[in-house]
Design a protein around this ligand. Structure first.
Ligand code: HEC
Ligand code: HEC
Length: 272
């Protein structure tokens, strides 16, 4: 992992990370601050395959894979300290506030600090298996062993807890009557928690405080079928998202994003 010297200025740091992740940005269509750096290359997996392991090559350990192949008995419980040494390829996107992805549209890269560890593992496994089709995350997930995923997830979960305020058990603000009706219609709280920050299962996500534009893209992904490069196949959420119009998904996303939770983007400049 590339650790910049502690004396480095934030600007120099940003630049160093920008360089370190430039290949990713170019290959995968992710742009800083919405700059149209790599737009147009996003949907072509040939670009991804050119500089990163092909999404389908789950059994081939990539050059970049930092850990030994997973033992037959499965991963040990996630170790945050081990995870901290394995996130070099994540921070260039997930640890820059407001960093934007340009595929399948422009939206903010999701907050993963403070997310439930079980869900982070489930999401990464979904990309590796191809149930989640986002090409960049698929290419990245194929470089991770089960142990890497467990460690990285443990690391990001505790990262959100540092300095966090307790999250109220009930939503801190009431939705508009329109949004309240939509949320009640599919009983979203029954799985994601009354405050949308306390999911009933550790493999389910916190939604409160996530970026609104990302929530909207994620919800639309569950409506997207028969597309090789975008969409998500989770059976539960496909059923949940299907009945809604895009405008309705957007209204729910906007409300959920305004609620408090432990989800956050921890800036790379806070890393030593
Ligand atoms: C090039 C930018 C980029 C890099 C590097 C990157 N990600 Fe992502 N990540 C994204 C984007 C964009 C998404 C949203 C994809 C989608 O729409 O499904 C995402 C989604 C995720 C999700 C799912 C979040 C959710 O709420 O469902 C997890 C977990 C995740 N990334 C973890 C990682 C980890 C761990 C690493 C490093 C090993 C990493 N990412 C590296 C851009 C990146
Ligand atoms: C029966 C349980 C259940 C219900 C009800 C439910 N969800 Fe989910 N939700 C899940 C699970 C499980 C996932 C993870 C799916 C995956 O792995 O892709 C999820 C994922 C999501 C995500 C993706 C989060 C991310 O970080 O990528 C969003 C957004 C979401 N749900 C919103 C909603 C909304 C809005 C409703 C109500 C309209 C709802 N959910 C109802 C179980 C549920």
């Amino acid at each position: 992992m590339k650790k910049p010297p502690a004396s480095t200025t934030p600007t120099a740091l940003r630049q160093a990370f920008a360089e370190a992740t430039a290949w990713l940005a170019l290959a995968c269509g992710v742009a800083v601050g919405g700059a149209a750096l790599a737009q147009g290359t996003a949907a072509r997996p040939a670009d991804v395959a050119g500089s990163a392991p092909a999404p389908a090559a789950t059994s081939t350990p990539a050059q970049a894979a930092p850990a030994a192949p997973t033992a037959a008995q499965g991963p040990r419980p996630g170790d945050p300290a081990a995870g901290a040494t394995k996130i070099a390829s994540c921070i260039g996107c997930h640890n820059i506030s407001g960093y934007q992805a340009s595929f399948p549209e422009i939206y903010k890269v999701p907050k993963i600090a403070g997310q439930t560890a079980g869900y982070i593992v489930a999401a990464l496994a979904g990309y590796r298996k191809g149930e989640r089709k986002h090409p960049t995350m698929r290419a990245i997930a194929t470089t991770l062993s089960d142990q890497d995923m467990a460690d990285i997830a443990a690391y990001y979960e505790q990262l959100g807890k540092q300095g966090a305020q307790p999250v109220p058990a009930k939503p801190a603000r009431e939705p508009s009557p329109q949004v309240a009706k939509l949320l009640a219609q599919a009983n979203c709280a029954s799985c994601h928690g009354a405050n949308y920050a306390a999911p009933i299962d550790p493999t389910y996500p916190k939604l409160a405080g996530q970026y609104a534009d990302y929530l909207y893209v994620a919800l639309k992904a569950y409506q997207t079928d028969n597309n090789r490069y975008s969409g998500r196949n989770n059976a539960i959420m496909m059923g949940m998202a299907r009945p809604f119009t895009h405008a309705e998904l957007k209204a729910m996303s906007k409300y959920l994003a305004e609620l408090p939770s432990e989800l956050k983007t921890v800036q790379q400049t806070q890393f030593r």
